[in-house]
Design a protein around this ligand. Sequence first.
Ligand code: PLP
Length: 386
Amino acid sequence: MQEVLAAIKSALPVEPGSDSIALHEPLFGGNELAYTKECLDTGWVSSVGKFVDRFEQQLVEYTGVKRAVATVNGTAALHVCLLLAGVRSGDEVLIPTLTFVATANAVTYCGAVPHLVDSDHKTLGIDPEKLEVYLRERAVVRSDGCYNRETGRPIRAVVAMHTFGHPVDLDALAEVCGRFRLALIEDAAEALGSFYKGRHTGNHGLLSALSFNGNKVVTTGGGGAILTNDEELGRLAKHLTTTARVAHPWELHHDQVGYNYRMPNLNAALGCAQLEQLPGFIAQKRALANRYEMIFAAVRGVTFFAEPKEAKSNYWLNALLLDREHCDQRDNLLAHLNGGGIQARPTWALMHKLPMFGDCPRMDLSVAEELAARIVNIPSSAFLGA
Ligand SMILES: *Cc1c(COP(=O)(O)O)cnc(C)c1O
């Protein structure tokens, strides 16, 4: 315990003062003030304005996707990704049980049922091999798609979540999706700046969601984006998030039930300034992770979780894994670190442990349960890498 606190402190460039060192803090070191002031000066603060277009263009350039549509938050982006992938009321959607609640909530907003899947030790995301074995037994592929043999419901899609920014094994997962005729959606909320085999996360699935919440790699205050390489889906994403309004100089006509999900210009202004600094943030976050990795190589009882093979991770949230035989010490360690001025947290409550998702269909979830008992997240802000 003492050793872990000392190791973390030795990796950080600052001592905890009267405030403890936070898990993740935003950094505003660029044009944030100038761009947001421009919104106020010109009156363009809401969901139309040049910063929204510019922000989307910057995302396209950075991630390499064809279309990016900025939204009010990542959960809304995920909701629209699912709708556009054809998820309807009564469908099932495969999601990891080890995820932030937004993934499961978004499925529920569609009237669909989360079907919970186990994780992989190597990536902390969905285990494609275990999923394949499970689907062979549990699912049947008919001419019109994949069905759950037990519930009779269609299984429409898989949401791959890149845990703490570490990319899932996307190629293996895409193969499983192809075999079982499932749409692949990426919950890349934590993964801006993370690459899988040289290609940006969010650029592998049919549709992907990003988040720009205050604790993510870059922030717009609150915000998200839908990414896709399909022009038509990109057009529909913009339409659906803009109250399905039909373009016309003065008439207000809407051709379906849409959503008021577009990102305001004021938030996009902040986002443009943040994206200009993204490569620097990633370099700092990787430098911090590198220091943690070296220091923890010599500490007994814990392992620093390092990026999977074939991935370049943004190290959004750094994670320690307690050795299996020490996981009963987790809460002691958390108390010790937080008491010592270092903010530390266990990972999310697993989805099948939450009251509203406790009855969802699920496979054996023993790896996720083991990981949840062993994970401790530690300070990860970009400025700590300096
Ligand atoms: C942050 C996050 C989201 C979406 O978050 P918003 O707060 O709605 O922007 C979705 N999924 C995961 C895994 C996240 O970490």
